[in-house]
Design a protein around this ligand. Structure first.
Ligand code: MTE
Length: 327
């Protein structure tokens, strides 16, 4: 990413809190107090001069698949002792460069974005290329809710309830050939509606890739919802991939094409800044980013800092993917 560490503070909330605290004559001392931080976060959107953030939560798919939400929570993966990040924080603090590089601005710019109809092309090393309607993807497997840790390379982190199903179910439906070793995701390209794509320093459209065995791991998810409803645009409507043991940029939003390949594909961030972003990008506290340490992270819900966990806390599940393999 282009930001330095200071931008890993949710600027909107931080400014709100600072302004309020000054106004209250409390100074900054109270900032680390969990209760106060949560209380102030809860107030954002209702204070004078602020917008109503309830719009930030609206599913971009409207009523489509309404009967499928909320989905039953799976207890397979837990995040204890961490608590959920409030929706009103997670949904107004986003990385979605197609709209803007300003985290607190994404939901505002994305709120009227229409995602219907949405088609997904399946191509490359597959038995037969085809096109899937989003509605078919939505109903391809039973939806479940999974609460995952989510860690951005910029050092901010959250815990949110994603809704979807294992990516392996979609891969099976695509029928890749035996020679396919990688899966590549290409996301929406629409310069007329996505102002960030006018910025030609980035290699649009956003694209990402995984080794096929990583993509088939049960933790890797096709994600169609969050917080009990369909995805709002700022989280990548109508669907995205979520890979919780990797830095957040490996979880592409608003996907329109999937390709299976024998050779390792390039990725957006690796192409843009090859010295800073590699292919695997597994969360690892011992491997600093060239411009900052990855040893600690900051929870955007509580504002607290804590130690980063190897594979974002999923080492038990995923370490085996990398033993004896060159990464
Ligand atoms: N997908 C697209 N299409 N465009 C993006 O800019 N940003 C990535 C990832 N997927 C990005 C994307 C990064 S850097 C992060 S940290 C996560 O989305 C953020 O997901 P969230 O905003 O839903 O929390």
């Amino acid at each position: 990413m282009v930001q330095d560490q200071s931008s890993s503070t949710p600027e909107g909330h931080y400014l709100d809190r600072r302004t309020i605290i000054r106004g209250m004559g409390l100074g900054v001392v109270g900032l680390s107090t969990l209760g106060l931080v949560n209380w102030l976060s809860g107030m954002s959107g209702t204070l004078a001069g602020q917008v109503d953030t309830s719009e930030a939560f609206r599913a971009a798919i409207g009523d489509l698949g309404k009967e499928l939400f909320p989905a039953k929570r799976s207890e397979k993966y837990t995040i204890e002792p961490r608590t959920l990040t409030p929706e009103k924080i997670a949904s107004v603090y986003n990385n979605f460069y197609e709209f803007t590089t300003k985290k607190s601005g994404v939901w505002r710019m994305a709120r009227n974005f229409k995602v219907d109809p949405w088609k997904i092309e399946i191509a490359g090393d597959v038995e037969k290329p085809f096109t899937l309607d989003f509605e078919d993807l939505l109903k391809l497997a039973p939806l479940e809710e999974r609460v995952y840790r989510f860690r951005c390379v910029e050092t901010w982190a959250m815990q949110v309830p994603w809704i979807g199903y294992p990516l392996s179910k979609l891969i099976d439906r695509c029928k890749p050939l035996g020679k396919a070793k990688y899966i590549r995701f290409v996301t929406i390209l629409d310069e007329d509606r996505l102002p960030g794509q006018m910025d030609k320093q980035w290699p649009w459209p956003y694209f990402e890739a995984l080794r096929l065995d990583e993509a088939r791991h049960d933790l890797a998810m096709v994600c169609v919802g969050i917080f009990g409803h369909g995805l709002p645009m700022q989280h990548g409507a109508p669907w995205r991939v979520v890979v919780p043991w990797k830095y957040g940029y490996k979880s592409p939003k608003s996907i329109v094409r999937i390709e299976f390949t024998e050779k390792r594909p390039g990725t957006f961030w690796n192409q843009a800044l090859p010295r800073e972003y590699g292919f695997f990008s597994n969360v690892d506290p011992s491997k600093p980013h060239p411009r900052w340490s990855q040893a600690m992270e900051r929870d955007i819900g509580t504002g607290r800092r804590r130690a980063t966990l190897l594979y974002n806390g999923y080492a038990e599940q995923v370490a085996g993917l990398y033993t004896g393999k060159e990464i």
